[in-house]
Design a protein around this ligand. Structure first.
Ligand code: FPP
Length: 249
């Protein structure tokens, strides 16, 4: 097997280390089209997509970006053909089992956000194991959104808060943004500064609706399996050329 050289091992010189995003979120779209374009079954696109994600995670580490969140499976993705859903569930499980050792060696802290309780039990136990084993790691924070929906996350936070009010443990006046955040799946994780979506669609697709309020959005036509370090570099370059005003002048 020939080993492809990793381009951009170090942060490209024209990127400013100080103004890098601290947290990048990705909507990994275009796996199916990538496979179709090659006359392959869609699942091959997902399989290749895992390699892309793995290198992006390493790239974040190499370039000094401390957090990455990937949208692996949305609450709407259950509507895909059963065999594709089953393939994805098995793929997640297999990847977690296979990569845990390397994640430990590379000091990655993995966590999952979403409604995990309805996932296959064997996947739930791999998820629990990977989160437990990596919880004290101090390197990159890697979050995987699985069976995740932004609206559903907000609704479950409302339910939890309403229950506290009903029990007399919380006064409605005490509900503010910071309390609300503590009831989201992502509590303790910084908000993404940059959202990257591959394969051209100009949508958020129910991803991190609360957390992306002030994120810069970068959409590329590139399909996810082709999103390499050079593509990431282009996204970061554009990010650094934007002025972030957070609603101010
Ligand atoms: C969207 O492409 C992609 C997905 C729904 C799955 C993404 C999942 C991975 C890359 C695996 C990640 C693995 C782990 C363990 C985190 P699409 O199928 O919608 O592509 P299309 O729009 O071209 O049809």
């Amino acid at each position: 097997m020939t080993v492809k050289p990793i381009l951009f091992n170090n942060l490209p010189a024209d990127l400013d280390q100080v103004r890098l995003p601290k947290h990048v979120a990705v909507i990994m779209d275009g796996n199916g089209r990538w496979a179709k374009g090659r006359g392959l079954p869609r699942i091959m696109g997902h399989q290749r997509g895992v390699d892309t994600l793995k290198d992006l995670l390493r790239c974040c580490r190499d370039w000094g970006i401390p957090a990455l969140t990937a949208y692996a499976f949305s609450t709407e993705n259950w509507g895909r053909p059963l065999e594709e859903v089953e393939f994805l569930m098995t793929l997640f499980e297999r990847v977690l089992r296979r990569e845990l050792r390397e994640m430990m060696e590379e000091n990655v802290r993995i966590s999952f956000v979403g409604n995990l309780e309805v996932l296959p039990l064997s996947l739930q136990s791999e998820i629990a194991r990977s989160m437990k084993d990596t919880q004290d790691n101090t390197g990159i924070q890697f979050t995987v959104a699985t069976n995740y929906g932004g609206r559903q996350e907000i609704v479950q936070a409302c339910q939890a808060i309403a229950t506290l009010v009903q029990k007399g443990l919380l006064n409605p006046n005490e509900i503010d943004e910071s309390l609300f955040e503590r009831h989201l799946y992502t509590t303790g994780i910084s908000h993404p500064d940059l959202l990257i979506r591959t394969s051209g669609e100009m949508r958020i697709s129910n991803f991190l609706l609360w957390q992306l309020a002030y994120a810069e959005i970068y959409v590329t036509q590139t399909l996810w399996p082709d999103f390499n370090r050079e593509e990431f570099y282009k996204a970061l370059l554009e990010y650094q050329q934007r002025e972030r005003r957070f609603g101010k002048v």
